[in-house]
Design a protein. Structure first.
Length: 192
């Protein structure tokens, strides 16, 4: 009799733990170390971009700025290569967004021209200083505007990761700078 009681208690505890993890993380396989991410409405040259209207698509999100001398172009070129690797049907299920953390200099028109250089389907978006700070924090990204040089130019130090948001709108993965095209494509295809 004690054996059945112990089995029942163990089963109940396992079930309770599973339900707790599901409630806390949203899905049982979500990595609990990932930031939560967040929905957003940011501005593009073609109007507002609401992340909720992009449900069903995989989002590759990169926080950067157009005056970045090296890591932004490298990351966006990698994103453009991913889009070129995917077939037409797969590309219809993905959106690559560069979120500018330099709204003072990066106008939506300039962002459109800049991102089109890397791939015509890539979007450049930005928002207010407050919106960007809140959104970056939700994704675990960081950025710091450096003091201006005598000529008025300045750099913005920023996180160099690409954030992969699944079709359900939840952050699914964070890819570090230098991730291979094969790794990025495989990460995206797992979410289709």
């Amino acid at each position: 009799m004690k054996k059945y009681i112990l089995v029942g208690v163990a089963f109940s505890l396992a079930l309770l733990l599973g339900i707790t993890l599901l409630i806390r993380n949203g899905t049982p396989d979500r990595d609990p170390k990932l930031p939560m991410g967040a929905d957003f409405v940011l501005q593009s040259a073609d109007g507002p971009i609401d992340s909720k209207t992009l449900r069903g698509k995989v989002l590759l999100i990169y926080f950067g700025y157009t005056n970045c001398p090296d890591v932004c172009p490298a990351s966006l070129a990698a994103g453009g290569q991913v889009l070129k690797t995917l077939n037409t049907e797969e590309r219809s299920r993905i959106k690559l967004l560069m979120i500018s953390v330099d709204p003072e200099r990066d106008t939506v028109q300039h962002l459109k021209e800049y991102t089109a250089f890397f791939h015509p389907e890539m979007l450049g978006v930005t928002g207010t200083v407050e919106q960007l700070a809140t959104l970056a924090k939700a994704f675990g990204a960081g950025y710091v505007k450096q003091a201006p040089k005598p000529d008025g130019s300045y750099a913005v130090d920023h996180t160099v990761s690409t954030y992969v948001v699944g079709p359900d709108g939840k952050l699914a993965s964070v890819l570090e700078l230098g991730a291979s095209n094969e790794k990025i494509v495989a990460t995206v295809r797992k979410l289709f």
